[in-house]
Design a protein around this ligand. Structure first.
Ligand code: F6P
Ligand code: MN
Length: 320
C-alpha cells in the first residue's frame, strides 16, 4: 500500500503540485472528521445566510469553506481561490503558481440526513498579473489537477493530474490517503442512468426522448432494461460512475427560466469532466465538450452529461 505522497513522488509529479495536492488532502481529512462527528460536532443544520447563488448556506458549507480558504491562503503556491460559497475570487499569494476553485461541500442537502457529501477541487495555472475573475476564465482543458473527496462509509479521493485517474482511501488510523486504484477505467457500456426524474416535464425534447427510450427497456429500441440511481450529491453519483460505470446527467430544464442549468462549470463540471475523461469516459453539455467551454463567470452554470463512453455518446446522438 502506498500513501498519496509516495504515489505522487513515484509518478514524478512536480514537488510544488505535490505540495498543493497534499494541502487539499489535509483539508479533506479535517472535513471528513467533522462530517463523521455529525450532531456531536455541532455541524448540522442551516445558517441564516444565503450564498451568491441564492441557496441557504448549511453550517457545514460555511465551516468547510472557511477551513479550505484558510488552508489555501496559508499555502504560498496559491495565487488565488474561488469557491461556491464566496461571491468573488479571493487573492492569496502574488507569486503563487496555482488558482484553485472548489465546492467545499457538494451535496449539502444530504448533510442533515447523514447521506453522501464531498468536496471538489479544480486547479488551474495562474496567469501573470492580478488575481481577478478574468484570471480564472480558462477552459477546463487547462486544469493541471482535479480531485474530489467523498465522505462516505469510507472517505475516498479521486485524483487526476492529467495522467489517468487514481483512487485513494483515507486510513482513519494514520490520516494518510492510501492508493487503492492506480488507473480507474469507466466501463464503456452501462445500463444505469442518474437523473432527477422529478424534473422530467421541464427537460428539452432530446433528453425527454433519450430517457423515454431507456425506460422502454428490453422491449424498446435500446433492447435492454435500465436501472436508475440518484444520490443528489454529484460527488456520490460521479463516484459510482467511476466505480462501475453509468451515465450521470443534470440537463437543461425550464423549471426556473432564470436558471436553465444547475451545476457550476468551474468547480463542479470541469473537475468532474477531467476525472471522467482521464478514466476513459465522456463529459459533454449535449452539444460540446465541457472542458472546451470558454468560461465567462466564476459561478456560471452548465448542462452536464457524463460517464460511460458508449452510453454518453448514445445520449449525445439524441441531441443531434
Ligand atoms: O451542487 C449541486 C447539487 O447538490 C449536486 O451535487 C447534485 O447532483 C444536485 O445538485 C442535486 O440536485 P437536486 O436537488 O435537483 O436533486
Ligand atoms: Mn455542489
Amino acid at each position: 500500500m502506498h500513501t498519496l505522497q509516495e504515489t505522487l513522488t513515484r509518478r514524478g509529479i512536480d514537488g510544488e503540485l505535490q505540495s498543493l495536492i497534499e494541502t487539499l488532502a489535509n483539508c479533506a481529512n479535517e472535513i471528513s472528521a467533522l462530517v463523521r462527528g455529525g450532531a456531536l460536532a455541532g455541524v448540522l443544520g442551516a445558517t441564516e445566510s444565503e450564498n451568491v447563488q441564492g441557496e441557504t448556506q448549511k453550517k457545514l458549507d460555511v465551516i468547510a469553506n472557511d477551513l479550505i480558504k484558510d488552508a489555501l491562503s496559508a499555502q504560498p503556491l496559491v495565487k488565488g481561490l474561488a469557491s461556491e460559497e464566496e461571491d468573488h475570487v479571493v487573492p492569496a499569494h502574488a507569486d503563487g503558481r496555482f488558482l484553485v476553485s472548489f465546492d467545499p461541500l457538494d451535496g449539502s442537502s444530504n448533510i442533515d440526513i447523514n447521506s453522501l457529501v464531498g468536496t471538489i477541487f479544480s486547479v488551474l495555472p495562474a496567469p501573470a498579473g492580478d488575481v481577478t475573475e478574468a484570471a480564472f476564465m480558462q477552459p477546463g482543458k487547462n486544469q493541471v489537477a482535479a480531485c474530489y473527496m467523498l465522505y462516505g462509509p469510507a472517505t475516498v479521493m479521486a485524483l487526476t493530474t492529467g495522467d489517468g485517474t487514481l483512487m485513494f482511501t483515507l486510513d482513519p488510523k494514520t490520516g494518510d490517503f492510501m492508493l487503492v486504484e492506480e488507473r480507474v477505467q469507466i466501463p464503456e457500456d452501462t445500463a444505469e442512468f442518474a437523473i432527477n426524474m422529478s424534473n422530467q416535464r421541464f427537460w428539452q425534447p432530446a433528453m425527454q426522448a433519450y430517457i423515454a427510450d431507456c425506460l422502454k427497456g428490453k422491449e424498446g429500441q435500446r433492447g435492454k432494461n435500465f436501472n436508475m440511481r440518484w444520490i443528489a450529491a454529484m460527488v456520490g453519483d460521479v463516484h459510482r460512475v467511476l466505480s462501475r460505470g453509468g451515465l450521470f446527467t443534470y440537463p437543461q430544464d425550464t423549471k426556473n427560466p432564470a436558471k436553465p442549468f444547475k451545476l457550476r462549470l468551474m468547480y463542479e463540471a470541469n473537475p468532474m469532466s477531467f476525472l471522467v475523461e482521464q478514466a476513459g469516459g465522456v463529459a459533454s453539455t449535449g452539444y460540446e465538450r465541457i472542458m472546451a467551454i470558454q468560461p465567462e463567470q466564476i459561478h456560471q452554470r452548465v448542462a452536464v452529461i457524463l460517464g460511460s463512453k458508449n452510453e454518453v455518446n448514445t445520449c449525445l446522438d439524441y441531441h443531434g
